[in-house]
Design a protein around this ligand. Structure first.
Ligand code: SAH
Ligand code: SF4
Length: 362
């Protein structure tokens, strides 16, 4: 079938052209572009939204005029805020061309100031996973590095935290980050820069559906974030049915890519597994999952996620007994397993529920 010969993720996703974004530039870029004033000063002011005045970095008129002539200074605009009962907030952001993305702000808990931001890397997604609402949208376009960084700055300005060391970033919003590796990696360079937010790579996680070509490229880059793999099934037949990417890079090939991943000291891989009733939740699945993980099971994280139900998919979450038995099985097999609390379900902010508003209504 033609569909099996060429996949939508084999093509680069469409991109928005335009001037370089203020928020994607590093100090050396300001120097190379001949910006007036000290490049570090412009970078520091741009990357710390708490010190902005009237929504703009506080810089001299000369620098402001230079920016207006040479750069795109637009920040994604927060157009909706949906607060969940559990303390998390889903934000809808409008981009300059009218596209919309969603991101989720998740404080650890009431006593803990740490916040995880779940951010998007694309408008829509080309990977076509059948359980995922974003997948049902198809791919609209890549976010630019400026939009990825701008999304984070907009969230921080609106909801904090004001201390960058309290921020954790997870690329688990809309899109497949490794299908937009160039912009995602540039954004990570900016987040990680000492004079910017200075977010350590151990607090930046890129989650992938298993785009092995992208994993292998990311393995060679610095700074290198931590990696999470969305596994979601334990046989090639079952995984290929729900995640088309498995028809190109199967379970064995994906496992090989993990073996080659250059783990840093103390670094842990995360394996995510969305439990779907009657699809991947049997004791045999638990056994195969532990087998596939092999040695990784004793020291790396296995996160189980209940299927978040939505209109674009008929999959359902398993009943509680089934989930408990699955967890017990994995623990008995020596797996380091946690059942992830799904945040923001009441405001459709949970994993796999992010979608453009028009497509939800359509
Ligand atoms: N594209 C990347 C990151 C975004 S999806 C990836 O697939 O890893 C983030 C996570 O949400 C993935 O682990 C994915 O398996 C999970 N997910 C997708 N749809 C879901 C749903 N309906 N319920 C629960 N988790 C879902
Ligand atoms: Fe894309 Fe991830 Fe959703 Fe699959 S699960 S369609 S890769 S966003």
């Amino acid at each position: 079938m033609a569909e099996d010969l060429l996949h939508s993720w084999d093509h680069p996703a469409p991109e928005r052209a335009g001037r370089p974004s203020l928020f994607a530039l590093l100090p050396e870029d300001f120097v190379a572009m001949g910006a007036p004033g000290r490049a570090e000063h412009i970078f520091i002011q741009s990357q710390h939204p708490w010190v902005w005045v009237e929504g703009r970095p506080r810089v001299s008129r000369e620098i402001r005029e230079w920016m207006a002539e040479n750069l795109d200074t637009a920040l994604p605009q927060i157009v909706e805020r949906h607060a969940s009962e559990d303390g998390s907030t889903k934000l809808v952001l409008a981009l300059a061309d009218g596209e919309r993305i969603e991101a989720v702000h998740m404080p650890r808990d009431v006593r803990n100031p740490r916040v995880t931001l779940c951010i998007s890397s694309q408008v829509g997604c080309a990977m076509g996973c059948t359980f995922c609402a974003t997948g049902a949208m198809g791919i609209r376009r890549n976010l630019t590095a400026g939009e990825i960084v701008g999304q984070v700055l907009a969230l921080l300005r609106e909801l904090g935290p004001e201390k960058p060391h309290q921020i954790t970033l997870v690329f688990m919003g809309m899109g497949e980050p490794l299908h937009n590796l160039e912009h995602v990696h540039r954004a990570i360079q900016v987040f990680n820069h000492q004079q910017g937010l200075n977010i350590s790579t151990k607090r930046i996680t890129v989650s992938t559906s298993g785009l092995v070509s992208g994993i292998e490229k990311l393995a060679l880059l610095e700074p290198r974030p931590w990696l999470a793999i969305s596994l979601n099934a334990t046989t090639d037949a079952a995984r290929g049915a729900v995640m088309p990417v498995n028809r190109v890079w199967n379970l064995a090939r994906l496992r090989q890519a993990l073996d080659r991943w250059p783990l840093g000291p103390k670094e842990k891989l995360t394996i995510e597994y969305v439990l779907m009733a009657g699809v991947n939740d049997t004791p045999e699945d638990a056994q195969r999952l532990a087998d596939w993980m092999g040695e990784l099971r004793h020291s790396h994280n296995l996160n189980l996620i209940r299927m978040n139900e939505h209109a674009a998919s008929s999959f359902r979450e398993p009943v509680e007994d089934r989930l408990r038995a699955f967890v017990a099985c994995l623990k008995a097999l020596g797996c380091f397993v946690t059942v992830r609390k799904s945040r923001g379900r009441d405001v459709q902010a949970a994993c796999g529920q992010l979608i453009r508003e028009e497509s939800r209504q359509g």
